[in-house]
Design a protein around this ligand. Structure first.
Ligand code: ATP
Ligand code: MG
Length: 329
């Protein structure tokens, strides 16, 4: 069993990414694979220099979080392999299948401003690249949120069809839905979840934020101002801000929400306690990532090792797929 998970460098890594995903990845088995999906960040307008720096930062964070370096790679380091496999899979996928992807329908209209015809073609074909990510590595389990299940189903259909048409090459992957964990919410607008691509970042704690900045952001977090009742009430929108702070504290101190707030008497004290817990939770990751980022030669070496391992792992599947499909010598 090989599990594969990716994170897109659409913004700087935030606390929710760490508490909800990355720290669990660090506890996975040695067969698991994690990658920074920078090619996926190119389906809408982006800045190349910023993409490069976000990619490097994410890689450093994944390694500093404790994921074994040879289980981590950057997607674009396998552009040649993935490009080749994407072509074979595009030749296996129908236009109708790609067009039925709900994310395409949602994003194509919204982002281009001109409807679907103005969207990048890659926004339509991106699920096929995602299928290539999965099938190249022979991944069998793909942990995803509900919004990505349809894309994994497409990868599954393409693997089956390719195998049936040309010969058995790809293990059949399946989507696994991780247990529903509490979503970290935006500190300034707790009606939405914390996200790395949010434009206005006052309510977003980034994993590499300095302690003082974390204190300031948490001090300004929205509460309800009225009752000073220190407890989590999931499902009550009027108390979403306080619930979020309590849940962040519980996640950082590995305790249940009631236990985490025992003895806390005011919102001010709650915020101070949450800030220190977040700072301590992120400290080793921030320090490790900062050290790596200050040593580009070492980070480059680590990156190359991961890419080499990933390319090697996929090589026989790619060459078998090309041969069976009638391409190459
Ligand atoms: P984007 O704004 O680009 O969608 P994001 O911050 O939502 O960025 P994703 O790349 O969509 O991050 O997700 C990466 C991982 O982080 C996924 O496993 C996702 O479930 C998890 N994650 C993202 N945001 C949160 C959050 N607020 N709380 C808990 N987990 C989160
Ligand atoms: Mg997201």
């Amino acid at each position: 069993m090989t599990r594969l998970s990716g994170i897109t460098p659409s913004g700087r890594v935030q606390l929710g990414n760490y508490l909800g995903a990355i720290r669990h990845w660090a506890k996975g088995s040695g067969d698991d694979l994690y990658f920074v999906s920078d090619l996926h960040a190119m389906t809408t307008a982006y800045n190349p220099a910023r993409l490069r720096s976000l990619t490097t930062e994410q890689l450093a964070v994944l390694i500093a979080a404790g994921i074994p370096a040879d289980s981590v790679f950057v997607q674009s380091d396998l552009t040649r392999e993935l490009g080749a496999l994407t072509w074979l899979l595009e030749c296996t996928c129908t236009y109708g299948e790609a067009g039925r992807m709900i994310q395409f329908k949602e994003k194509a209209g919204a982002k281009s401003g001109k409807g679907r015809t103005g969207a990048r073609l890659s926004l339509l074909t991106y699920p096929v690249l995602m299928a290539a990510d999965i099938l190249l590595q022979g991944a069998t389990e793909v942990p995803v949120g509900a919004d990505q299940v349809q894309h994994v189903e497409l990868a599954r259909a393409l693997a089956r069809r390719f195998n049936a048409t040309y010969g058995e090459v790809f293990p059949i992957p399946r989507a696994v839905l991780p247990p529903v964990a509490a979503r970290v919410r935006d500190l300034s607008d707790p009606s939405r979840k914390m996200s790395k691509s949010t434009r206005d970042s006052v309510g977003v704690i980034f994993v590499l934020d300095e302690p003082d900045l974390i204190r300031r952001k948490i001090r300004r977090a929205v509460t309800d101002g009225a009752t000073e009742t220190i407890s989590a009430e999931p499902g009550n929108p009027a108390r979403a801000g306080v619930t979020n702070l309590v849940e962040i504290l519980a996640a950082c101190t590995a305790s249940d929400p009631d236990g985490a707030v025992a003895g806390i008497g005011s919102y001010r004290q709650l915020k101070e306690t949450v800030a220190e817990a977040v700072i301590e939770t992120l400290r080793p990751v921030r320090e490790g990532a900062t050290t790596l980022l200050a040593d580009p030669a070492e980070l480059g070496r680590v990156r190359k090792t991961g890419a080499g391992r990933a390319a090697e792992r996929g090589e026989h599947r790619l060459s078998a797929a090309l041969r069976l499909a009638g391409a190459g010598q």
